[in-house]
Write a new protein. Structure first.
Length: 201
């Protein structure tokens, strides 16, 4: 998953408490991180997903000062290098899980709206497109690297802006799943999946 904008799932907003100070937030983050790091499977893990859904709003406080205090605290900083691969595994597993759900769904265009990060992708796809257009007004085709098993940014850009997308990913399983998702979302005419590393393109 690339450039999801705000990572806060849409259904987590009601659990977010802006009154928490940095110390209270850190006290909540540490046990969540420890539990996440104890679940290292690359397969879809609903309990790990729930832990990330609890963690992300704590890391994205509406007060930038508090957010910086939390991220820069030594108790949190030591976990960041360990959280990056854990979050990558979570993204990959969650995308593949939802890709399989969409492939089998009779109304995939409606079902995708239940995806926790749907609103973030809806926003980021527009941001990416307009950022590219500001540099190159005449867009014929976009190369999107790291599209994953659930290529929502390429699909949304193609559908909203009538542009052709080459969706690139180095993971073969993700590419095969994304082809099926694209067909189920009726975007096959505009989004082409390519199994290749960006440095070899």
């Amino acid at each position: 998953m690339s450039n999801t904008g705000s990572l806060r799932p849409k259904h987590m907003s009601s659990k977010y408490n802006p009154q928490l100070n940095s110390e209270k937030i850190i006290d909540q983050i540490i046990p969540l991180v420890q539990k996440i790091l104890g679940r290292s499977s690359t397969n879809f893990d609903p309990e790990r997903t729930t832990l990330f859904e609890q963690l992300i709003p704590l890391l994205q406080h509406s007060d930038d000062l508090i957010s910086k205090e939390v991220i820069n605290d030594s108790r949190i900083k030591k976990y960041i290098p360990l959280l990056r691969p854990a979050f990558f595994n979570e993204q990959m597993a969650l995308e593949k899980h939802w890709a399989n759900l969409l492939i089998d769904a009779p109304q995939s265009k409606e079902r995708i709206r239940e995806f926790p990060f749907f609103a973030a992708y809806d926003s980021s796809s527009s941001y990416i497109y307009h950022s590219i257009k500001s540099l190159r007004p005449q867009i014929r085709k976009i190369l999107y690297a790291g599209s994953g098993a659930l290529p929502l940014n390429p699909i949304m850009m193609a559908q909203k802006f009538n542009v052709r997308i080459d969706a690139l990913d180095q993971d073969l399983e993700s590419c095969e799943l994304s082809k099926k998702v694209i067909r189920s979302m009726e975007a096959g005419g505009k989004v082409q999946v390519i199994h290749r590393r960006i440095k070899d393109f």
